[in-house]
Design a protein around this ligand. Structure first.
Ligand code: DGL
Length: 274
């Protein structure tokens, strides 16, 4: 038994969709969440920036006593998982492996679609992971740079979000899709709008679910499960507004107030837009 928290991080509110899966699956576990709102969105940044932020935040969470770290961000998982693992002594779980496995399992020889950030798409992490498991699968990726700013601004359910969903999903070979992977943790907030634009037979994969399963298995294997009661904390490096809003709307205010956290690295304003 180990009552230390599980650390999770993301550029903003996206990783809270992973926190929700963990809270459902492992209610006795305490979570320490870091949203790097000073640097959101990550998806338009360089590999060096993404790696620097991911490594520094993981080191911070390990320093805070976390027993395991979840990289609750596909972009960091795609570009910097090895660097994050090398930087900390605790186990690290990323998003890509579980999502790719679920997609490969459901791909009946047709096409796997992936919606993700520009950086994740460029990395080729999902096509590589899916075809390693199912060599015959075809993978169609679409980068969705408008989604994260809309979600951080609380615009899910507004017409501009719906238009963005129609635009990006419309670029996929929708009629051929066996599976669609939500390849960014933010996108689960748009899952119902995305689902509406798919054929009924298309299986929607949210890697958060698979990742929570892997975390549970790892904690059991390492004898690190907590007995409870859980006590959560949320940190934000920049504005606390988006995390506070999601706490109210998505968690019915069950999480504590968001705390100001250290900012790691410099804010590269030139690449921070859109
Ligand atoms: N939620 C993150 C992901 O899963 C990062 C999105 C972003 O900041 O661009 O990729």
């Amino acid at each position: 038994m180990n009552s230390a928290p599980i650390g999770l991080f993301d550029s903003g509110v996206g990783g809270l969709t992973v926190a929700r899966e963990l809270m459902w699956r492992l209610p006795a576990e305490s979570l320490l969440y870091y949203g790097d709102t000073a640097h959101v969105p990550y998806g338009d940044r360089t590999a060096d920036e993404i790696t620097a932020y991911g490594v520094a935040i993981a080191e911070h969470l390990a320093h805070q006593g976390c027993k395991l770290i979840v990289v609750a961000c596909n972009t960091v998982s795609a570009l910097a998982l090895d660097a994050v693992r090398a930087a900390v002594a605790v186990p690290v779980v990323g998003m890509i492996t579980g999502g790719a496995k679920a997609a490969a399992d459901e791909a009946n020889g047709g096409t796997v679609g992936v919606l993700a950030t520009a950086a994740t798409v460029r990395s080729g992490a999902y096509p590589a992971a899916v075809t390693a498991l199912k060599p015959a699968a075809r993978v169609a990726q679409v980068a969705c740079p408008r989604f994260v700013p809309l979600i951080e601004a609380g615009r899910c359910g507004f017409p501009d979000s719906y238009e963005a969903v129609c635009d990006y999903v419309g670029r996929l070979p929708v009629l051929d899709l066996d599976v669609l992977v939500l390849g960014c943790t933010h996108y689960a907030f748009l899952a119902s709008a995305i689902r509406m634009k798919l054929e009924e037979r298309t299986y929607l994969v949210d890697p958060a679910f698979e990742t929570a399963k892997s975390v549970e298995q790892m904690l059991m294997d390492l004898d690190l499960l907590a007995a409870g009661p859980a006590s959560h904390r949320m940190l934000a490096s920049g504005s606390t507004d988006s995390l506070t809003r999601v706490n109210e709307t998505f968690f019915a205010g069950r999480l504590p107030a968001v705390e100001a956290a250290p900012v790691f690295g410099t804010v590269a304003t030139a690449s921070a837009a859109g």
